[in-house]
Design a protein around this ligand. Structure first.
Ligand code: GLU
Length: 447
């Protein structure tokens, strides 16, 4: 079976860091195995699914670079689920149940009260035709449960290792609601079989579903795929992601924080793995380093500060050609590689470019405290053309002429040339500022 994986969000909200990590791991697994990555929208919950969320999920995945090879939408496949229902019914694996939600909840409470696991007692299996007719005459509409085999279910999880469950420890899952709608437990397996999914990679909150679904795969005569259940992210203290952190979505990272997609990808690909967390500038690099066996069983801690640090490192490693268009769109017309390479080490977010663009290309207010020293330095400015050797030659001459060195030599020049006491290396910045501006700024003029 060729490798194919799917990321299956429900469009009942936007992507957040937790499910972005799952999307990324699926994508990296597919790429590292030469397989397909499928985006499947689990949109059968009509009350809560919206087109806006679906569009938002696709936009966010594209921003991250996680393009999909195939696409499926569960609402387009309802006829496939109906066929699977027929198949299960004729195999005697679905049975009608009439308990109300309150009755089920009472049963659960009573079992828990006796220290027993809240497993459905299969009372509905004991109903005969007459009982069913009577219940339906009372106006009850059945929901349908899948009859689990009381046999063991085992799989070798690619993250959690060998897993063992037994059918008798599980409740027969409801597959069809009273309103006739099929539930995720079934539709997901039908899709995974028909779309040729070789590996199901999802959160460990689905482990118990998997035990049930493996039996469904068998009942529907599909090939049971491989499984990887990833631990869920926690906050820096090890507690489950709070609503605040757990809901951090792409629009917050992209629009409010101005982060790079590769910072998000670099962090989420390595978090909770045996690899060090380092900046990577391409998904291809992350795919080349990806191995499912590197993912640890323990819950990884998500730290927004780490993301900010990584963002800076991603920018410092980014080549001009891959940001040129974005810089031009941001209004830095005529931007070139020399400028980018000069300012890149000083960026924490791309928007920081504006400050250094301003210093290099637009009039600024210089800071000149010692006018005599600044005038002496200005007099020694060499003729253009300037390059990255100009700064060294010029400051060497200023040092000889004034006897100043170290900070007392460099800081007044930086303040005059840039109006700031920090910034990119002046050997790179000086040629960008140019002789006319440098001379005017040393004279204390806005230039
Ligand atoms: N729609 C399900 C979820 O978001 C998909 C789970 C799965 O990957 O099977 O939890």
């Amino acid at each position: 079976m060729s490798v194919a994986v799917r990321f299956a969000p429900s469009p009942t909200g936007l992507l957040h860091v937790g499910n972005i990590r799952l999307a990324l791991v699926n994508w990296l697994f597919a790429r590292s195995q030469g397989g397909d990555f499928l985006l499947r929208l689990d949109d059968t919950d009509l009350e809560r699914s919206t087109t806006d969320y679906a569009v938002g999920i696709e936009r966010d995945l594209r921003w991250l670079g996680l393009e999909w090879d195939r696409f499926a939408r569960q609402s387009d496949r309802l006829d496939r689920y109906a066929l699977a229902v027929e198949k299960l019914k004729s195999a005697g694996r679905l049975y009608a149940c009439y308990e109300t939600a309150e009755e089920l909840s009472l049963k659960r409470k009573s079992l828990l009260g006796r220290g027993l696991p809240p497993i459905y007692d299969r009372a509905a299996l004991r109903l005969n035709d007459e009982d069913r007719a009577r219940l339906e005459a009372e106006g009850r509409i059945p929901h349908w449960r899948f009859l689990l085999e009381h046999e063991s279910v085992e799989w070798d999880d690619l993250v959690r290792g060998p897993q063992h469950f037994h059918g008798r420890d599980l409740s027969d899952p409801v597959l069809i609601r009273e309103d006739g709608r099929t539930l995720y437990t079934l539709s997901s397996v039908v899709d995974d079989i028909e779309l040729g999914i070789s590996h199901v990679i999802r959160g460990e909150d689905h482990v118990a579903n998997t035990a049930v679904q493996v039996q469904l795969w068998r009942a529907l005569e599909g090939q049971v795929p491989g499984f990887a259940h990833l631990p869920l992210l926690t906050d820096a203290t090890g507690a489950g992601l709070s609503k605040r952190l757990g809901s951090i979505g792409i629009s917050h990272l992209r629009d409010e924080q101005g982060l790079e997609p590769m910072a998000v990808n670099s962090l989420l690909a390595k978090l909770g793995t045996s690899d060090a967390i380092e900046a990577r500038t391409s998904l291809a690099d992350l795919a080349a380093e990806f191995e499912m066996s590197k993912i640890a069983r323990g819950s990884p801690k998500f730290d927004p500060e780490e993301l900010a640090r990584l963002n800076a490192r991603v920018l410092h490693a980014t080549e001009f050609e891959s940001v040129r268009e974005r810089l031009e769109t941001m209004g830095f017309l005529g931007v070139d590689a020399t400028f980018w390479e000069a300012v890149r080490p000083n960026l924490t977010v791309l928007a920081d470019v504006a400050e250094w663009w301003h210093v290099a290309r637009e009039p600024i207010e210089p800071v000149v405290e010692d006018t005599e020293f600044a005038a002496a330095a200005a007099a020694l400015l060499p003729a253009e053309p300037w390059d990255e050797t100009t700064w060294g030659a010029w400051t060497g001459a200023v040092k000889t002429a004034t006897g100043r060195k170290g900070k007392t030599l460099f800081m007044p020049l930086r303040l005059a040339l840039t109006g700031r006491d920090h910034g990119p290396e002046l050997k790179n910045l000086l040629p960008l500022i140019g002789r006319d501006r440098a001379e005017a700024r040393l004279a204390g003029r806005v230039a």
